[in-house]
Design a protein around this ligand. Structure first.
Ligand code: SF4
Length: 213
């Protein structure tokens, strides 16, 4: 089995056993979803889902958030961590998007304050239904263990995955790998004994195996 075949087999196995709809951050219209994803860095999706309820109640769109007092936004997003930077970024991002659509193009998305490739890919996949590879900590760990890539750099991982799987499968692949990382392939003590991918995984659950984060 070559690498392209292996990645597609993994896709098929996890696709069948995963829920049809995988939602980590609550779905929202494009601007609100973008802000939610920016806030999700270094915190849990659950916390973001709580915090954005207050945020969007007061500042539901780009125009409102662009004119929001910085200190007030800091207070609202405080629980997501790194809140000063996040408050600054989401206000500046809102300023860029007053009376504009959220871009559907990765090069335009990453020009926005607070938006890196991971956030941009979330928007491409979730909002625009385009091929997207979301390389977060779970994805990075799982694809390396599986042996689909041997790479730590998120952008290189994204490009490698893009070169091995058709565009139409990429977003779903991101979501099912992410879910697999949360539910089975844990950072510490992955549940290899109950993993559907065990037969084709490069990582063996040997006690002496160093953790491969
Ligand atoms: S066999 Fe173990 S290391 Fe490999 S994907 Fe499954 S849980 Fe992760």
């Amino acid at each position: 089995m070559n690498e392209k075949e292996k990645i597609f087999v993994i896709y098929q196995i996890l696709n069948q056993s995963s829920p049809i709809d995988i939602v980590f951050l609550e779905r929202r219209e494009s601007f609100q979803f973008l802000i939610s994803v920016i806030l999700s860095a270094q915190t849990t999706d659950k916390m973001v889902n709580i915090v954005v309820k207050d945020l969007f109640l007061k500042y539901p769109n780009a125009r409102e958030l662009a004119n929001a007092p910085y200190d007030e936004v800091c207070n609202i997003v405080k629980r997501t961590g790194f809140y000063r930077n996040k408050a600054r970024n989401i206000i500046n991002c809102a300023k860029e998007l007053v009376d504009k659509e959220v871009p559907a193009d990765i090069d335009e998305l990453i020009k926005l304050p607070g938006v890196g490739r991971k956030t941009a890919n979330c928007i491409l996949g979730d909002v625009y239904n385009k091929g997207a590879v979301i390389v977060d900590t779970h994805f990075k760990r799982v694809v390396n263990r599986l042996g689909i890539v041997d790479e730590k750099d998120p952008t290189k991982i994204e490009m490698l995955i893009r070169s091995k799987l058709e565009d139409k499968y990429l977003y779903r692949f991101s979501m099912i790998i992410n879910l697999h990382g949360r539910r089975v392939c844990f950072a510490r003590n992955p549940n290899c004994k109950n993993c559907k991918l065990r037969a084709i995984c490069n990582w063996k659950d040997d006690d002496n195996q160093e953790e491969n984060k």
